[in-house]
Write a protein that binds this ligand. Sequence first.
Ligand code: ZN
Length: 450
Amino acid sequence: MNIIELTERLNTDAIGDDMYRLICDLYSFCRSLTGNGIRQTLRTVGQYIPLSTYEIPTDKQVLDWTIPNEWNIKVAYIKNSKGQTVLDFGNSNLHVVSYSVPVKTRMRLAELKQHLFTLPEHPDWIPFRTSYYKKNWGFCLSHNQLMELADDDYEICIDSSLEPGFLTYGECLLRGETPDEVLLSCHTCHPSLCNDNLSGIALVTFLAKHLSLVSLRYSYRFLFIPSTIGSVCWLSLNEDRLCNIRHGLVVAGVGDPGKLTYKKTRRGDTEIDKAVSHALKYSGEDYEILDFYPYGYDERQFCSPGFNLPVGCFMRTPHGRYPEYHTSADNLEFVRPAYLADSLLQCLSAISILENNKAYMNQNPKGEPQLGKRGLYRGYPNGGVEDLALLWVLNLSDGDHTLLDIAERAGIAFAAVKKAADALLACDLLREIPNEHGSQGSLECERVFG
Ligand code: ZN
């Protein structure tokens, strides 16, 4: 089966439900930059796809960064002077500031308040806070919960550990016909946040699961990494194979009701930029294309100037542009199966373009070949876009244009152009120009890393 046949056969309702079920399974794990929550997450993902897990030790130097201590947490609570629990980490992973150092103490409310975080503008929601690289501790709670706390003497307990251990990440490789790779990356480091974390994991997992069913031109590498330190670590450990990466996407925030958004690579005019833009243009949906900016997700690391990889970012509503972002309201109600499935489908559509974006040579370039006698030309008024696609492919198959170039120039969807090319190939009117994979890759290696 090829990727076009796969896309045609997909049952979107079922896929949305499957992706959502994975999100439900992962929701309760307490993920952070490191620790058992990530291991549990990767074990679950490993039930869907063949995943290799890597453990990188604390204190290892990775580019300009150092692998931090591993953080784990068992229990955490605040009790009032009567011994009643007023805040229990068991009720929400978001209640404790991620990477909080262990604490066992008593204090008055005024002092405790310096360690409490709320969102007064959304009094029912719990904020998500971290203190990865600064030793601190804290609790996050709804503003309503804070308002109910009387002036009292409180018992504070955070039974966490912050000790030498490992940074854990997962990787899945699907080998295609060529060593040229497409990189797909998602972050794994947020606890109980559905859109800004679990939706990306679900999409990348199901992309890998479905692509494993088809014959592929490219090899596909799927990364499940904690944000920033994870991509820095992976880049540091894999510098010698980066020259194989031909295209890439960071995937995040793909389950919310907002429109599809693509953030371009730092280069801005790579094939992945063109493929995703084209897929979105013909998706029939509202969408937005953003230019690269050095903020956001792990594209910041992949597109840092020393690597400058062709990696864009595929999202729905960008981070920080929806009020639920980094709060308890980014929950199982906020992401919907239909949006997850739609995001996966559009991603597959862009990948299908990459897989099929080849260049051909017209074998009858002097004058138009007579298409009618080959049963290809239907003529006015029946031929429509199909006739037009045949003529465009013949005219621009001169060695300088790929099918995507032709689709863009003609203003015709890639799928129609590909179909025309297949029909012309079957009549020997086209010849495929051998893929020059590798040559451009090694040149880039020399240029960037030489
Ligand atoms: Zn985030």
